[in-house]
Write a protein that binds this ligand. Structure first.
Ligand SMILES: Cc1cc2nc3c(=O)[nH]c(=O)nc-3n(C[C@H](O)[C@H](O)[C@H](O)COP(=O)(O)OP(=O)(O)OC[C@H]3O[C@@H](n4cnc5c(N)ncnc54)[C@H](O)[C@@H]3O)c2cc1C
Length: 476
């Protein structure tokens, strides 16, 4: 997990030097030894905006952005409500800002050939935005506090590697930043990373047994991406030492599954970021049900504390009881019931239905139902879960059918000794890609770019022949 330190190169204008972020040293020799061991490296780039002094901002010229009033906790154990005391400030670039950037493009490492690494598509530098979206009159910026105990503010949206004097000049054209003092200038950093198709789905390098890799070193960018891979590589390194089977999360179980499957199956030619749109099962992969999807797995691995597990089982039980109670209440179109529905502000019924069916309605929620029917009092997260499960039941079950269909392909395991070069019914590109990736299942094979549906049909036939031969072998 070498981050951006592998042959890290810091770039600010024409000033470049070997180094990692925050004044740390880069790892200069590791890249060479990885290449010598037969690993393929790529060169990527990322960047950051200037950090500016809170005391030099004219906040009355910017729009205040308060934090969420009722924020959700990241952890299912957390009950803290005392967050978001700090606020951000919204402001915009303007024609003058853009002119200064355009006039100095010859000093912009992004444009004058100093930077050769490939940067993240979803957080381009301000100079890239000015060049790429030349028709835009302004760009939105959020001035965000770096923390409660620092005066440093982060100029979100203004990532740059232009010289410090240019950074000063363009920042001071922005409303609210006219007197701004830079505490640390923005910079770009280039670094080496592994082509992730050289990794197994449990993040071990295929070439070097026992070498696991995670984070930015696998071609991703971002805190969550790195943390997710670090967790999985750590789990799998420990399982390997214990002689146990690898632990893999599938695409329908977790975004971690989507992230790692994308990396090791498709690879990436730019810093990869996970986004909900990368998943084909977004209705199932929700933040509200992350505990229901993953706590049992963590517990089986020995990574979930008893306290967390007990909370999880209690929540699951409460959900089941709440659903059972809703199903048990039959609502007939009696005068008393019709009055109750009127009080809820929902349409009358003409035949008997259950409270469960009533909850499907857009204008009815669990709390409202509880005011008129005999339903148990539930925790807010349990109510939320029940409402989502019932209101979206039709869509969710349709998506579950797709998951089942795909699972049938995932369960068709590819023999480890298969020689793709010998399968002449495959296209030349498929033979090459399959040999490179060596997918674990037919499902994974189907996601490799360059492997067509016709290639999958050819592989299905090969797998059937293979299992027939195996059966014959056993019966002989
Ligand atoms: C300037 C900048 C701004 C960023 N902004 C954001 C952002 O706003 N949001 C976001 O989500 N992500 C951001 N990122 C990306 C995010 O920081 C990284 O993707 C993430 O931290 C990568 O985690 P990692 O564990 O892979 O590596 P790192 O967090 O970089 O950790 C690597 C560690 O390895 C150590 N190390 C390296 N080489 C050696 C060696 N040879 N021996 C021993 N130790 C070594 C380093 O000291 C470091 O502690 C930014 C990155 C940079 C550089």
């Amino acid at each position: 997990a070498t981050g951006t330190y592998l042959k890290g190169k810091i770039i600010i204008g024409t000033c470049t030097y070997s180094g990692g972020p925050i004044g740390q040293r880069s790892a200069e020799d590791l890249s060479g030894s990885l290449v010598k061991a037969g690993l393929k490296l790529m060169r990527f780039k990322t960047g950051t905006p200037a950090r500016v002094d809170r005391r030099t901002l004219r906040t009355d010229e910017m729009a205040k952005q308060e934090g969420d009033k009722d924020g959700h906790a990241f952890s299912f154990l957390s009950e803290r409500k005392d967050r978001n005391k700090e606020c951000c400030w919204l402001t915009f670039t303007n024609e003058e800002t853009h002119k200064i950037i355009r006039d100095n493009l010859d000093r912009a490492p992004m444009c004058n050939g100093i930077i050769t690494g490939i940067g993240p598509r979803y957080c381009p530098s301000i100079e890239s935005k000015i060049v790429r979206f030349a028709d835009k009159k302004r760009h939105q910026l959020f001035i965000e506090p770096e923390g409660e105990s620092t005066e440093e503010m982060y100029v979100q949206g203004m990532s740059t590697s232009m010289p410090a004097d240019v950074q000063y000049a363009f920042l001071r054209t922005i409303p609210g930043l006219e007197d701004v003092k830079i505490m640390r200038p923005g910079y770009a950093i280039e670094y080496d990373c592994l082509d992730p198709t050289q990794l197994t789905p449990w993040l071990e390098t295929k070439k070097i047994s026992g070498l696991f890799s995670a984070g930015q070193a696998n071609g991703t960018s971002g805190y969550e991406e790195a943390a997710a891979q670090g967790l999985m590589a750590g789990i799998n390194a420990a399982l390997k030492v214990q002689g146990r089977e690898p632990f893999i999360l599938t695409r329908s179980e977790a975004y971690i599954g989507v992230l790692i499957d994308d990396l090791v199956t498709k690879g990436t030619n730019e810093p990869y970021r996970i986004m909900t749109s990368r998943s084909e099962y977004r209705l199932i992969l929700r933040q509200d049900n992350a505990d229901l999807r993953l706590t049992q797995k963590g517990y089986d691995l020995g990574l979930v504390t008893q306290e967390r597990y007990d909370r999880f089982t209690a929540k699951k039980k409460a959900i089941e009881e709440g659903i059972a109670a809703l199903r048990a209440i039959s609502v007939t179109p009696s005068k008393a019931n019709l009055e109750k529905l009127e009080r809820l502000g929902t349409a009358p019924i003409h035949t008997a239905i259950t409270a469960y069916d009533l909850l499907r309605r857009n204008d009815v929620d669990y709390e409202a139902l509880r005011t008129v029917f005999d339903l148990p009092e539930l925790a807010a997260d349990v109510e939320e879960e029940i409402e989502i499960m019932i209101k979206y039941e039709g869509y969710i079950s349709r998506q579950m059918e797709q998951v089942e269909k795909m699972n049938r392909l995932e369960q068709k395991k590819m023999p480890t000794d298969i020689v793709y070069a010998d399968i002449d019914t495959l296209s030349a590109e498929a033979r090459q890609k399959l040999d490179e990736i060596r997918p674990l299942s037919l499902g994974q094979a189907s996601r490799i770019s360059g492997v067509s549906p016709a290639d999958i049909t050819a592989l299905l036939i090969v797998l059937e022949q293979h299992s027939r031969e195996e059966k014959n072998h056993v019966s002989q």
